[in-house]
Structure formats: structure tokens, C-alpha cells
Design a binder for this molecule. Structure first.
Ligand code: MG
Length: 249
């Protein structure tokens, strides 16, 4: 049965990438929790989605332009005063659970990847925390995934494929690029997934996941397609659907 990943800690249920969202997700019978990491100016790894602070905190400007002691003073919107978390703090929330950490390595401003070595640094941090064997690394930047795969093979790290990329090169082009780079798994947007491209990806020996799966129709579709895993802002809906399927409803 398809695995469920609580996206940004369940972003339509709780403030995304916050302690609240992760502590609530930790109570759910989901297989994975998804969150996003950026580097600080002084080399720490922080959990936040955007490359800038404006949307989700009371700060502004690029995340990577600030030191951790500056970021640590900012408040996450909608949390009643909580601050953003370091990667190690999120790891600690899930350490006592069996939930897989699904870490998205984000690019910097204008989608420019952070300097080479950043992905390797994330892998090293996971290794140091003793959780590399229960972690999955994802990125929209193929080079970032390749760096992670090279550092920690044979983990099932994931290339997240933008719809524009999939349209431009076709599913066969996407598969060829992943195979050439030894990337073992693809993540396609929910509206870009169908039985034909799931079959093509599987025939190539790659894993297949879905992202942006946030309503009942999309969730039902991805269970029907039998993808390996999908990320959802509504883990409650996904769990309800899976329970119904398991009970034969
Ligand atoms: Mg993400």
C-alpha cells in the first residue's frame, strides 16, 4: 500500500514546518514526514520552506543571509510565538517514532543551488545524528540529488520533477536523466501522474512518488495508481482514504 508523507508537517492542518506541525504529525500513523532545509550564513541547517523569511516569519530577506542567532529571534507566523527549528531539533521530535524523515534540500534565491558540498553537508548531519538509514533526500535540483546519492548510496533519494520539465523533455527524457545519474526514484506532481507514466517509470526500474496531493480526489487517484509514496498537506484525509481502502469500503 502507498506510503503517506505529511508535507511540511501537514501544512493545511498546522503552521508549516513548525514544532506544532511536527509534534502533531509524530502522533499520526503516517510513514514519512516531509520538511525543507536551508543553510544559515554561519553554516547551520534550518527547517523552513521559502528561501526568504517574509511569508512564514516576522523577518524578511534571504534565510541564508542570516546567522542562526538572528534567525532564532524570529517568530513563525500562526504559531503563538514559536521560532523556526534546526534540522537536529526536528530529528529529535521524530527520533522515538518509526517515521521516515523526508528532507527536501532547497535552492537559494532565484532557484540557484547553494554551493557544492551543501547536500553532502545535509547527509553528514543525518549520519552524525544517527538517522541516515531512515532518511530520504529530495530536491527539484537534479545536481543536488546526485550529490546526495553519491554521498549515501543506496538510499532511495528522489528527484522532484517540475511539470514544466516533464512537459519539455517528456517522461522518457525524465527517466533517461534519472537513470544516467543513478537517481533511484522520481516524484511527479499529482496532476502530471497517470497510469502510463507510472508504468513507464516502473518499467525503468525506478521508484515513483507524487507531490502536491492535497484534496480527496488527488489522494484517491494516487492510491488507485499505486505510487510508492505521496506528500500531502492533509495527512488526515490521506489516512482516512487508506483506512477505507483497507476495510474494503
Ligand atoms: Mg518541500
Amino acid at each position: 500500500m502507498t506510503d503517506i508523507a505529511s508535507h511540511r508537517g501537514g501544512a493545511l492542518l498546522w503552521p508549516e514546518n513548525s514544532r506544532i506541525s511536527f509534534e502533531q504529525t509524530a502522533k499520526l500513523p503516517v510513514e514519512q514526514v516531509e520538511f525543507d532545509v536551508h543553510p544559515t550564513r554561519d553554516g547551520r541547517l534550518v527547517v523552513i520552506h521559502d528561501d526568504t523569511l517574509d511569508r512564514t516569519t516576522d523577518g524578511s530577506g534571504p534565510v541564508s543571509a542570516r546567522r542562526w542567532d538572528e534567525l532564532n529571534r524570529l517568530v513563525l507566523k500562526g504559531t503563538g510565538g514559536q521560532r523556526m527549528l534546526l534540522l537536529d531539533e526536528v530529528i529529535d521530535i521524530f527520533r522515538h517514532t518509526g517515521i521516515v524523515l523526508r528532507i527536501e534540500i532547497k535552492a537559494g534565491p532565484d532557484r540557484v543551488p547553494y554551493p557544492a558540498g551543501h547536500a553532502a553537508g545535509v547527509v553528514a548531519a543525518l549520519k552524525h545524528a544517527g538517522v541516515l538509514d531512515r532518511s530520504v533526500i529530495t530536491s527539484f535540483q537534479l545536481g543536488t540529488v546526485v550529490e546526495a546519492v553519491a554521498e549515501s548510496r543506496p538510499m532511495r533519494h528522489v528527484w522532484l520533477v517540475l511539470p514544466q520539465v516533464q512537459v519539455d523533455v517528456g517522461i522518457d527524457g525524465v527517466i533517461a536523466a534519472a537513470k544516467a545519474q543513478k537517481v533511484p526514484m522520481l516524484g511527479l506532481r499529482t496532476n502530471m501522474l497517470d497510469a502510463g507514466n507510472v508504468a513507464a517509470v516502473r518499467a525503468a526500474g525506478l521508484g515513483i512518488g507524487g507531490w502536491a496531493c492535497n484534496d480527496a480526489a488527488g489522494i484517491a487517484k494516487l492510491f488507485d495508481l499505486g505510487v510508492d509514496v505521496f506528500t500531502t498537506d492533509r495527512p488526515d484525509l490521506a489516512l482516512a482514504r487508506r483506512n477505507a481502502l483497507r476495510s474494503g469500503a
